[in-house]
Design a protein around this ligand. Structure first.
Ligand code: ADP
Ligand code: ASP
Ligand code: MG
Length: 262
């Protein structure tokens, strides 16, 4: 199987977590799969970079902001490749320019247009685990772009679609999609599955567990998507076309809970 695994910022926030993730990736590879990994910047790195930029120039151009913010993801992929290599497996890190992830020109909110498969497939053929920067792309001016906050989910799903991956796993700091934000609503229930359309509604209501566009893309290309925790083996939530038993109430419950919070 070809599996795309995406790990969010909290999942790679420090040395222990990087090694925890590295072991999970190696286990997947050792089970006989080709593995493409997509990473976000560590912990609060992206917020810290934004603060840093504002200290220097509160009116910094969007182009320079993207140039700066993209460095967060580049740190993560290099560190992860080092961790995997230190554990005796073979990994190589690649940024968006090296892969060829072409986007529209809009700095700060670019959309993926095309992804080249050549370099990734070459590395997979060489039995490498391929670790790719999320959130970033390259535009027609050969400048770095970013996909908007939370955009690494979209990088992962786009890569899964382009590579015809058998599965796209989104690893995060909760063990699946809930009826409401589990950090805010204590009796929120975990869902075993949810349809693309309902997930899209949740995402547009502000459930940041999946970036809006990643769900749009998963629906469009019928990507098999699972949201699960990087810290446990709990099963997670499958996001797919149709679910048995309409879960319309989930979206209602979600917006209801949002009102309580507001
Ligand atoms: P990552 O850094 O892994 O991309 P995010 O912080 O972007 O993680 O998204 C995960 C967070 O989404 C969770 O910590 C949780 O607080 C929040 N969240 C909001 N709504 C939901 C929901 N309905 N189900 C699960 N998590 C949710
Ligand atoms: N690092 C970026 C952000 O904080 C992208 C992501 O995490 O998905 O928004
Ligand atoms: Mg996120």
């Amino acid at each position: 199987m070809l599996i795309v695994q995406k790990f969010g910022g909290s999942s790679v926030a420090n040395k222990e977590r990087i090694f925890n993730v590295a072991k999970r990736i190696i286990d997947t590879h050792n089970a006989g799969n080709d593995v493409v990994v997509v990473l976000s910047a560590q912990g609060d790195t992206t917020d810290e970079l934004i603060e840093k930029a504002h200290e220097i120039n509160p009116k910094a151009s969007k182009r320079e902001m993207d140039m700066l913010l993209a460095t967060g993801e580049q740190q993560s992929v290099a560190l992860m490749a080092m961790a995997i290599n230190s554990l005796g497996a073979r990994a190589i890190s690649l940024n968006a320019m090296q892969v060829g992830i072409d986007t529209t020109s809009t700095y700060g909110n670019a959309r993926i247009k095309t992804i080249s498969r050549g370099r990734i497939e070459h590395e997979l053929d060489r039995k490498n685990i391929v670790i790719i920067t999320g959130f970033q792309g390259v535009n027609k001016y050969e400048d770095v772009t970013t996909l908007g906050r939370g955009g690494s989910d979209t990088s992962a799903v786009a890569l899964a679609a382009r590579l015809h991956a058998d599965l796209c796993e989104i690893y995060t700091d909760v063990d699946g999609v809930y009826t409401a934000d589990p950090r805010v609503v204590k009796d929120a229930k975990k869902l075993n599955e949810i349809s693309y359309d309902e997930m899209l509604e949740l995402a547009s209501l502000g459930a940041k567990v999946l970036h809006n566009r990643s769900v749009e893309m998963a629906k469009k290309y019928n990507v098999k998507l699972v949201v699960r925790s990087s810290m446990s083996d709990a099963e997670g939530t499958i996001v797919k076309e149709e679910c048995k038993g309409a879960t319309r109430w989930v979206v209602k419950s979600y917006s209801h809970n949002l009102k309580i919070i507001a």
